[in-house]
Design a protein around this ligand. Structure first.
Ligand code: PEP
Length: 251
């Protein structure tokens, strides 16, 4: 059975006091969860304190971005080994906000994915189409290009040590969620494409849905056969909502 994962993406939110309060509640709220994983991807400066808070709990932690370079004169960047120093399990690569605001293209995202895996981090590879692309009927082509960039560089087998997050850009932070059927269609498309190259990798790949997942819609999304959890932005900052979403994995 493939692993299910709910990961919170805090984006550029939080402070020490709020984080501690949020994590105390989340840790208590998900302590009884079995067969499902929970993680939070937090801003860099908070990773050390989050590590202290979450060690010996069933909540993992990770970064929201990472450099594709190992080390060097890259002012402002953070390397994979730095994330590993603080025992991060995951790192998000290719989030649409990185792609659109910070001009990360498929090549850069693939390099980050490889760097993450080389350091022993599990990349959460985000893919997804804009509203214009969906309306133009090019969703599958866009997703295929985004996945292929990674497969060409790292090989299809690398997906056995990765998570894919399907995040339609029109649904991120907009309150517009893809319907369970719309999301399932794309998840099945992703799995089928990978299965054509390696059936067992495809079968075992965790594919999260992200895009305005809330406490009141998580269960119906997670009930779809190819949706293996979620990448959660806004609702991951509200402890009660995030806990409800994590529990929806088990329904
Ligand atoms: C995200 O940041 O990956 C995300 C899905 O955000 P939201 O849940 O707020 O749409």
């Amino acid at each position: 059975m493939r692993k299910k994962l709910v990961a919170g993406n805090w984006k550029m939110h939080g402070n020490l006091a709020e984080n501690n309060k949020l994590l105390d509640a989340v840790v208590a709220g998900v302590s009884g969860l079995r067969d499902a994983s929970v993680a939070v991807c937090v801003p860099y400066p908070y990773i050390p304190s989050v590590q202290v808070k979450l060690s010996d709990t069933n909540v993992s932690w990770g970064g929201q971005n990472v450099s594709q370079y190992d080390k060097g004169a890259y002012t402002g960047e953070v390397s994979t080994t730095m994330l590993k120093d603080f025992c991060c399990t995951y790192v998000i690569v290719g989030h649409s906000e990185r792609r659109t605001i910070f001009n990360e293209n498929n090549k850069i995202v693939a390099e980050k994915y490889v760097a993450a895996q080389n350091a022993g981090l599990i990349p959460i590879l985000c893919v997804g189409e804009t509203l214009e692309q969906r309306e133009a009927g090019t969703t599958e082509q866009i997703i295929e290009e985004q996945i292929n960039a990674v497969v060409s560089l790292a090989g299809v087998d690398s997906l056995s040590k990765a998570v894919v997050a399907y995040e339609p850009i029109w649904a991120i932070g907009t309150g517009k969620t893809a319907s369970p059927q719309q999301a399932q269609e794309v998840h099945a498309f992703i799995r089928k494409g990978i299965a054509a190259q390696n059936a067992s990798v495809a079968e075992n790949l965790t594919i999260q849905y992200g895009g305005s997942v809330k406490a009141n819609n998580a269960a119906e999304l997670f009930a779809m056969p190819d949706i293996d959890g979620g990448l959660i932005g806004g609702a991951s900052l509200i402890s009660g909502d995030f806990i409800t979403i994590c529990h929806a994995l088990q329904n």
